[in-house]
Ligand binder design. Structure first.
Ligand code: COA
Length: 373
C-alpha cells in the first residue's frame, strides 16, 4: 500500500526507545522519565548521560562524566584559527555548523575515536566553539575556553558569554531549558541526522545535517523569531492589536503550534514559569506580560498554544543572552538527543530512501541543441 502525506505528517518511519512525543497519557518522556520530573529534579548533564548512555548515571558516574566534559572543552588551535576567519556578521548557527565540520577533519571518527567519544566531545565543546568566535569578534578577546571554574554546561556558557560568575537563578534557568531542548523523537533535525546516518556516513556529517536543519524558523529558529516578535511591542494592548493584524494577513506567529502536539506542548508551562520568575528582576520584565497577551490572543483567535520556543525566548533574553545565540543553545542541548538517535539508527540500520509521485512532463523526444531554435 502506498501512503502519501505532505511533510510526512502522521507517517511512522521507524521505532525508537529514546523518547515519546504526544503519546496519549504519556506526554513527553526521555527513556521513560517524565519531562516534568527531569526538569524539576535533574541537571542537563544527567539528562545528556541518560540519552547518550541509556540510563541515568549514579553519583560516581555523573561526577566522572562532568569531569570528562570539562576536560573536553578545549579547542584545537586550527579550529580557533578558523573561527577567527569566519566573519563577525555570520549567523552563530553557521559558525557552529562550520566549527563541528572542521572538528570532524581534525578529530575524525575512527575505531580509536568512537561515536560515544565524539558525542561527549561535541556536547562539551559546542559552547567553546560558539563563544570563542563570539568573543573574538565582539570584544577582540582570544578566550581561554577551558578557563572556567563552572562545572555545568549552563554555567560555563553564561560565564564565557558575560565574563563573570553567572547568577544562580539564571544558570538554573538555562540548565532547565537545555533539559527541555535535549530530545524530541523524530523531529526534522533528528530525522535529518538519521537519514545521513542511514547511508553509513560519519558521526560529524550526521550532526552537521542536523544543525543545518534546525536552523530554519519552522524548527529551532522559531525561538529567535519569537523574540523579534515580542520586542516589537511596548504594551500588551499593542501586542494584541499587532498579532491580530498579523493573523488577519495570514502571517505565521513563531513559537506557536506543533506538528504532533494538538492541545499543548508539555514543555511550555515549565519554561513559562522560568520566564515569569526571571522577569521580576529584569529591566524589561514587561516583555513577560506582552508574551502572555500574545499567548491569549493566539488561543482565542486560532486555538493555537505556545510551543517550547515561545517562552524560551524571553527566558534567554532575561538571562542577558543575545537573540542570535538562542538557536545555538538549542543545538548545545539537542546534540545529546541527536547522538542517541545516531546510535539507535546504527544499531538497526536500513537506508532511508522514500519515494515520490512523479508529476513532471510525460516522456518526450530529446531535441539536439542545434535544432531547438
Ligand atoms: N501561526 C499562525 N497560524 C498557524 C501557526 C502559527 N504559528 N501554526 C499553524 N498555523 C495554522 C496554519 O496557517 C494552517 O492554517 P490553515 O489550515 O488555515 O492554512 C494550520 O494552522 C496548519 O498549519 P501547518 O503549517 O500546515 O501545520 P504544520 O503541522 O505543517 O506545522 C509548525 C507545524 C510547527 C511548522 C507550525 O505550527 C508553525 O509554522 N509554527 C510556527 C513555527 C514554530 O514555532 N516552530 C517551532 C515548532 S516546535
Amino acid at each position: 500500500m502506498t501512503v502519501k502525506t505532505r511533510g510526512l505528517e502522521g507517517i511512522i518511519v521507524g521505532d525508537t526507545a529514546i523518547s515519546t512525543v504526544g503519546k496519549e497519557g504519556v506526554g513527553l518522556t526521555y527513556r521513560g522519565y517524565d519531562i516534568h520530573d527531569l526538569a524539576a529534579h535533574s541537571t542537563f548533564e544527567e539528562v545528556a548521560y541518560l540519552l547518550v548512555y541509556g540510563e541515568l548515571p549514579t553519583l560516581t558516574q555523573l561526577q566522572a562524566y562532568k569531569d570528562k566534559l570539562i576536560k573536553m572543552r578545549r579547542l584545537p588551535n586550527e579550529l580557533k584559527l578558523l573561527l577567527e576567519t569566519i566573519p563577525a556578521s555570520a549567523h552563530p548557527m553557521d559558525v557552529l555548523r562550520t566549527g563541528v565540520s572542521m572538528l570532524g577533519t581534525l578529530e575524525s571518527e575512527t575505531a580509536q575515536y568512537s561515536g560515544h567519544q565524539i558525542a561527549d566531545r561535541l556536547i562539551a565543546c559546542a559552547a567553546s566553539i560558539l563563544l570563542y568566535w563570539y568573543q573574538f569578534h565582539r570584544n577582540n578577546v582570544r578566550m581561554e575556553t577551558w578557563n572556567s571554574e563552572e562545572k555545568t554546561i549552563a554555567g560555563y556558557f553564561l560565564h564565557m558569554l558575560h565574563d563573570k560568575k553567572p547568577d544562580e537563578e539564571q544558570r538554573r534557568a538555562v540548565d532547565v531549558s537545555l533539559i527541555l531542548y535535549a530530545e524530541h523523537e523524530f523531529n526534522a533535525s533528528t530525522f535529518a541526522a538519521r537519514v545521513t546516518t542511514s547511508t553509513e556516513s560519519d558521526f560529524y556529517s550526521a550532526i552537521v545535517s542536523a544543525i543545518g536543519t534546525l536552523r530554519g524558523p519552522l524548527h529551532g529558529g522559531a525561538n529567535e523569531e519569537a523574540m523579534r516578535l515580542i520586542t516589537q511591542f511596548k504594551t500588551p494592548e499593542q501586542a494584541e492589536a499587532g498579532v491580530k493584524e498579523m493573523l488577519a494577513k495570514k502571517a505565521k506567529i513563531m513559537g506557536f503550534g506543533h506538528r504532533v502536539y494538538k492541545i499543548s506542548d508539555p514543555r511550555s508551562d515549565i519554561i513559562k514559569a522560568w520566564s515569569q520568575k526571571l522577569s521580576t528582576h529584569a529591566r524589561d520584565g514587561y516583555l513577560y506580560a506582552i508574551s502572555e497577551r500574545i499567548e491569549k490572543v493566539m488561543w482565542d483567535e486560532k486555538k493555537l498554544f505556545p510551543n517550547l520556543d515561545f517562552y524560551s525566548a524571553t527566558t534567554y533574553h532575561f538571562c542577558g543572552i543575545p537573540t542570535s545565540l538562542f538557536t545555538p543553545l538549542f543545538v548545545m542541548a539537542r546534540l545529546s538527543g541527536w547522538s542517541a538517535h545516531i546510535f539507535e539508527q546504527r544499531a538497526n540500520n536500513r537506508l532511508i530512501r522514500p519515494e515520490a509521485t512523479y508529476i513532471g512532463p510525460a516522456p518526450r523526444p530529446f531535441i539536439p541543441i542545434q535544432e531547438r531554435g
